[in-house]
Structures are given as structure tokens and as C-alpha cells.
Design a protein around this ligand. Sequence first.
Ligand SMILES: [Zn+2]
Length: 166
Amino acid sequence: MTENPHVRAQTLFAQSLVEGLGAAEQSWLDAHLRECAECAREAVNTRELLHAFRIVPVSVPNDLAARTQMRVRLRAQETARTSSGSTLLWVVTAASWLLGVLSAPLVWRGFEWIGAHLNLPKPALELGFVLWWTVPALLALAAVLHQRTVSNGIGGRSFSSDIKPR
Ligand SMILES: [Zn+2]
């Protein structure tokens, strides 16, 4: 076997960085690197180069990827919040409107009954009847506005973490 020992040393060294070596190969490599200044220097250069690669260009994209993922997740949450907010508005509005329409005769009879028993004036009854319809819609509007405020708060926080100096 006429393999060049220096070529073998470089091959084994590269292999040791990637997948590790068997004990016999590792001791042969250690012995060769002790004897051969050329291969030892080459090994040090390779190790330093790999180290530099690991420290600088790899860590930045990792961080960038993490921050991008974070931003995408926040954006998705924001979108989900906004769309669920408007869905909620539609559901509550439709439900309250439907409930109002369906229950109007019943409710009006109830108001009449209460008015007759409590001797309430008719304008008070009418006001109560109108409130029966408008209050759920107002509550829905308040809920949606509250959700908007909450998701805006999260958006602001993600922005300030973006410009934070590293
Ligand atoms: Zn050598």
C-alpha cells in the first residue's frame, strides 16, 4: 500500500471533524501530526477555518431565521386575532339581530307585562325594548375594539424587539 501518509493524515483529519475516527486511526493521526509539522499546520488551519465558519456566518443566519420565524408567528397570531375578531363581530351581530327579530314579539309582551305590573310609563318600556336590541351589538363592538387593542400591543412589542441592538 503506497498511500501518501500526508494525504492519509489530511483525509483522516477531515474525517475526524465530520464523523470521528476509530481508536487506531486516531492514534495514527495523532502520531503523524506530532511528527509532521506540515500536516499539523494544515490541521490547525482547517480547524480554525471551520471554527470561524461556525462562529460567524452560521450563527447570524440561525439568529435571523429565529427572528424571522418569530415575526411570522406574531404576524400569523395578529391575523388570526383580527379575523377571529371580525368573525366574532359577525357572529354576535347576526345572533343578536336574529335573536332580537325572533324574540321581539315575546320580549315586547314581556315588557308590557312588566310595565303593567310595575306601572312603568310607555317611553321607558320602549327605551328598554330598544336597548334589548342595541346592547348586544354594543357589547360585540366593545369586544372587537378590545381585541384590536390587544393585538396592536403585541405588534408594537415585536417591532421594538426588532430594532433592539445586538
Ligand atoms: Zn504529513
